[in-house]
Design a protein around this ligand. Sequence first.
Ligand code: AMP
Length: 474
Amino acid sequence: MPTYHNAGAGYPNVSAQSRQGKVDGNQNHHTIPSNVTAAHSLIQNALQSMQSIQSIHTIPSIPSNMTVSNMLPHTVSPIMTTHMSPVPSPVILTPSAVSNPSTNTTAALSANTRHEVKLNAMPWFHGKISRETAERLLRPREDGLFLVRESTNFPGDYTLCVCYQGRVQHYRVKYKNNQLTIDDEVFFENLALLVEHYELDADGLCTQLTKSLPKQGKQDFCVDPKAFVEAGWVIQTHELELRECIGKGEFGDVLLGVYRGERVAVKMLKDNSEAAQRFLAEASLMTSLIHDNLVKLLGLVFNNQHMYLVTEYMSKGSLVDYLRSRGRLHVTKKDQINFAFDTCAGMAYLESRHVVHRDLAARNVLVAEDNSAKVSDFGLARDENFSLDGGKLPIKWTAPEALKQNKFSNKSDMWSFGILLWEIYSFGRVPYPRIPLADVVKCVEKGYKMEPPDGCPSEVYDIMKQIFEFMSVK
Ligand code: AMP
């Protein structure tokens, strides 16, 4: 897992900005070249171009354990493939389009009806505001009017501010044993449940919470682990066997596991409530996205100490490691175009679902046993602090407009896809070689474009150029 993610200490929730940021309104602020009418057609164009390049390479022989539909991403027009069609309803479908032939687990799970897990809105959460600001906002001082803010005195904790008899009472909400509490007697999984409780009953507060003061502008969300139980995504601890560590991620170790006789990947979340919300936010998004070229969520395990996110196992690891370790000797042109096509198909699906990845790069694409590539980490929610200031943006993969204005969209994902293409054809080199990180933005803004990697087919370089030119046109 890359290390630039903003850990967002003190921000356990998913900001509405991140969520809204995932919705590409397709507001195009550029003059669009005549051959490209929108990022949407850009990605479709890229898919089609790559498909024609694919056809130049010999079609791989179909392994006996592979169905025809498994081969679709490599052989059939993307428009015709079932996995390309957006899931129209918010209710999760049984994963019938699962392509990994070895993943019977997913087929077994398809017998269960599982539903999408939604995030809960927290309009009353005002983030990092001071005590004075809270008191200024809470007017008129009606009994029971309330908001929640981040604690200034106890970073990581919260403060519930409630109006009562013309004054504002401030209650510290602290984390204890991974749960939230005001009185050390009643404990809650998250802020939404805490607020819900005190809306029903004062239970020791000066007054019951009767009216929330909604935050203006971006609002926050949280996820309730129980929602995963209700939606049918929970795996019992005893059903999962844990094996060795296979990677290190933002939230903790990634382990190999065995679930229902199949190998799976298990992302472990250590005892950390702040990260828990982001972890669950990722999982909640994954419950709604099903595509052959996205790493599939199988379920979650909750126990007292840990939360595990169980996904399909991608035995060949991250694409960047795959390219670097095998290199030119082993990675063929056909492999390269297939990786590019698969990733593009996954991204086209995300676009069709109005989801913006924000962190597409070869390190976040995983390779399956059958060599298909799947986009991972597509549910990582970014809080509003995810900005340049933290120095944590993946500068070399991020579109200039996203860097400058913190504006992420399917278009900025497309820029990252252009960089990823370059990574694929350079066998995993770090982009913009020989340009110091500090100078990359300046160079790109001046119109600098990377040279094609050695041996990169001109058709593929044309796609890269088209992407960068499209994004650079003002
Ligand atoms: P992540 O937290 O998703 O960035 O994962 C960190 C590392 O763990 C990756 O770079 C992979 O090496 C490994 N990993 C994550 N997910 C999987 C998976 N589904 N299958 C195999 N390896 C994985």
